[in-house]
Design a protein around this ligand. Structure first.
Ligand SMILES: NC(=O)c1ccc[n+]([C@@H]2O[C@H](COP(=O)([O-])OP(=O)(O)OC[C@H]3O[C@@H](n4cnc5c(N)ncnc54)[C@H](OP(=O)(O)O)[C@@H]3O)[C@@H](O)[C@H]2O)c1
Length: 300
């Protein structure tokens, strides 16, 4: 089968198509014929060797997948061959087939196609799990609100009945208000810490010095949820967050999508052969929503 491989850490140019063996599902696993995958910052960070995922090149990236169940490993009863599914995998989705652990997959929402479904797993699971404690009437500040995680977090927070504040460039403000944001802060024009106050939860998708600056807008019993690594670690309100690949989260997300409470924004769709270009766009940090990569021979 074809896959996008890299044989060394480096820039987008290290990504190249190559013929590799089709993987086989082991116990508890599912072989998925890939329809599409989407780009997450983790893809280019691993590609460049910036974060260790306990893997060295040669490797195949891709942490989100949508597609059709092609083969079931021993002990998998939740799915049947031919089912349309989506989910997170531990790499390898930039290929014609990928093996997923069955417990990390869910049935594709009925009202969206496989291209849209590929945009959801990591970003929506992150937003869902990170905002688990958010309640009605609370004030939440979402940094990078227009990005892959942020635009879904805004919608989820609004649906929970929270007061939603987001940071974004002015060009994204109308878009974010359309998703339900109550206030938007142009972080390029003002310090967000002077524009927001009395926040219960900050979802920090930027990190670095955004950490200590976010502490200034938090209530005394607020929580700073950091997905990135920041300078706020010593504060008792600080929590480092790591998304868990979980079909259970995706089943909640499926329900939200099917009921019309959650819509994923696709910035653009590219063929998987243009993965390097997709990495360049993601790395530039201006993507609104998600970039989806469509596999070579996607199932219907
Ligand atoms: N720990 C975990 O488990 C976990 C899981 C998922 C993601 N993450 C991390 O979370 C971060 C966000 O992920 P993502 O997929 O949402 O990224 P993304 O889609 O690439 O984010 C792009 C968005 O970031 C915004 N942005 C860039 N610089 C900003 C700034 N200084 N302030 C506010 N907004 C800014 C841009 O909006 P504007 O054009 O409006 O600036 C753009 O829309 C990444 O670093 C990722 O690695 C961590």
């Amino acid at each position: 089968m074809l896959a996008i491989r890299q044989y060394t850490f480096g820039g987008p140019e290290v990504l190249e198509p190559a013929e590799v063996d089709r993987p086989r599902p082991g116990p508890g696993e599912v072989l998925v014929r890939v329809a599409a995958t989407s780009v997450n910052p983790a893809d280019w960070k691993v590609r460049a060797g910036l974060i260790g995922m306990a893997v060295d090149p040669p490797l195949t990236l891709g942490f989100d997948v949508s597609g059709v169940v092609d083969e079931l490993g021993p002990g998998v009863h939740r799915f049947a061959v031919g089912d349309p599914v989506y989910g997170m995998v531990f790499g390898g989705a930039n290929a014609e087939y990928v093996v997923a652990q069955a417990h990390t997959l869910a049935s594709k929402p009925a009202n969206i196609d496989l291209v849209q479904a590929a945009a959801l797993p990591t970003a929506a699971s992150t937003a869902w799990q990170a905002l688990a404690a958010l309640g009605a009437g609370q004030r939440v500040l979402v940094h990078a609100a227009a990005g892959g995680v942020g635009h879904l977090a805004v919608q989820m927070a609004k649906h929970r009945g929270a007061f939603v504040i987001g940071t974004a460039r002015a060009a994204n403000h109308e878009y974010l208000r359309g998703l339900g944001a109550d206030e938007v802060i142009d972080y390029t024009a003002v310090g967000f810490e002077s524009a927001a106050r009395d926040v219960d939860i900050v979802l920090d998708l930027v990190g670095g010095e955004y950490g200590s600056r976010s502490l200034r807008v938090l209530r005394a019993n607020g929580r700073l949820i950091d997905t990135q690594g920041s300078d706020a670690e010593a504060d008792p309100r600080y929590e480092r967050f790591y998304v868990e690949p979980a079909g259970a989260s995706l089943r909640e997300i499926t329900t939200m999508v099917e009921r019309g409470f959650l819509q994923v924004t696709i910035d653009r769709v590219l063929p998987l052969s243009e993965a390097a270009q997709a990495h360049r766009l993601s790395e530039a940090g201006r993507v609104r929503g998600k970039i989806v990569l469509v596999a070579w021979n996607p199932p219907d």
